[in-house]
Design a protein around this ligand. Structure first.
Ligand SMILES: *[C@@H]1O[C@H](CO)[C@@H](O)[C@H](O)[C@H]1NC(C)=O
Ligand SMILES: *[C@@H]1O[C@H](CO)[C@@H](O)[C@H](O)[C@H]1NC(C)=O
Ligand SMILES: [Zn+2]
Length: 375
């Protein structure tokens, strides 16, 4: 990603506003303390032996063998651990300023878990996003925070939410409750390719994967159906585009960037505060990772994978620290410079937010003896 100054104004088509209102009217019930306590420890992201993160700490430049290795890691994680998620590749090619006339391949992986009763295009989807490519230069650059950690965080989150989402889908199917407008909620994870510039960041030399996916989903029509609320395109199914980037360095400070999703920022911040007050996080920063509950940032936007989506009216929550980590785009952005307590805390914060968004209190049973009168 890249920081620049011109300001950006959002213009939302009326239909997006309607969908936003529809989303706002759904129940949003905070997770109980006992639910927060039950979120499993994210040990799987450890650098040395953790199976999620360490395979990604290699150069992952599009068009090189490292790209293929990273793709296989992401893909096999789902086929081995989460077989009920659907996996789709969205591929494109492009020339780059560094590679002459060669067509460089870019492949976005879309991992999706939808209610089993919905037909294609019927569910609204919490969309969690990170890029898995790494920067071409300096040679050997590993991009631990940029964005191996965000990818590993999202794999962990997928595992946590799958358990409860599966339970909800089963219970609703049995009760014949599926098909209510605000209940047809699913989750998808986008592992985007080609975020980094090959040479110097420009509109053409950056965001290769994101630009291709946003364009494809904008023009693609979902099959026509019976229901009036059916989403016309895969793009309009995105209820929130939650983009993680540059996470894993010590003492992150993530501002709220967009007024239209400030309420979602506040929800994320408040789940962080609750996890902290229950002593469920490991880091002890002087202030929250997400401190700006009363204000949105007034600076220019940060160029990142959300731009082609924002340009088409998608609501975005951008979780990227400002200032960037000190190791940003240097050889020091490696496993040794990560703060693993911060990494694990991000796992729990994002997982809790996703569970809350997906209304998982519906399937949570308070453990015996943990009633509110017992402390
Ligand atoms: C898209 O790219 C992925 C990853 O490289 C590959 O496995 C898949 O076969 C490609 N799909 C098509 C249709 O080319
Ligand atoms: C946000 O504003 C409220 C009401 O003015 C105030 O009580 C609270 O301390 C503020 N929070 C922060 C983090 O500034
Ligand atoms: Zn970068």
């Amino acid at each position: 990603m890249y920081l620049h100054s011109p300001s950006l104004t959002l213009s939302l088509p009326a239909i997006s506003l309607w969908l936003l209102l529809a989303a706002l009217t759904t129940a949003y019930k905070p997770l109980s303390d006992s639910f927060l306590r039950a979120i499993p420890s994210p040990d799987s992201v450890n650098i040395d032996k953790g199976p999620l993160l360490s395979p990604l700490l290699i150069p992952r430049v599009p068009g090189t063998p490292g790209q293929t290795t990273a793709q296989e890691h992401l893909h096999s994680f789902f086929t081995s651990n989460l077989p009920s998620w659907s996996l789709t590749w969205q591929n494109s090619t492009s020339t780059t300023p560094a590679t002459g006339s060669a067509q460089i391949p870019f492949a976005n992986l879309i991992a999706k878990r939808e209610p089993p009763w919905t037909k294609p295009g019927e569910a609204n989807l919490l969309t969690l996003v990170a890029h898995y490519d790494s920067k071409r230069l300096p040679q050997g650059f590993l991009g631990a925070t940029d964005s191996a950690v965000p990818c590993a965080v999202l794999m962990y989150v997928a595992q946590v939410v799958d358990k409860y989402v599966s339970q909800m889908y089963e219970e609703m199917s049995e009760l014949g409750e599926g098909g209510e407008v605000d209940m047809d909620m699913g989750v998808q994870i986008l592992f985007l390719d080609g975020e980094e510039a090959f040479e110097t960041w420009t509109d053409a030399d950056s965001l290769y994967g994101a630009r291709s996916l946003a364009e494809t989903w904008f023009t693609q029509r979902n099959p026509a159906g019976q229901k009036f609320y059916k989403y016309r395109t895969p793009l309009s199914q995105i209820s929130l585009f939650l983009l993680l980037d540059l996470l894993g360095a010590p003492s992150p400070m993530v501002p709220s960037y967009f007024p239209t999703t400030h309420w979602a920022y506040v929800a994320l911040s408040s789940v962080e505060s609750r996890l902290r007050s229950l002593n469920l996080l490991e880091s002890s920063p002087t202030r929250n990772f997400l401190p700006d509950v009363n204000a949105t940032m007034s600076g220019g936007p940060i160029s990142d994978d959300h731009l082609p989506f924002i340009a088409r009216g998608v609501e975005t929550l951008h979780i990227i620290p400002h200032p960037f980590p000190a190791v940003w785009h240097t050889m020091k952005d490696d496993g040794a410079h990560l703060d693993m307590k911060v990494v694990r805390d991000w796992c729990k914060i994002v997982a809790s937010f996703a569970l809350e968004w997906l209304d998982m209190m519906e399937v949570w049973t308070e453990p015996e003896g943990s009633g509110k009168f017992l402390k």
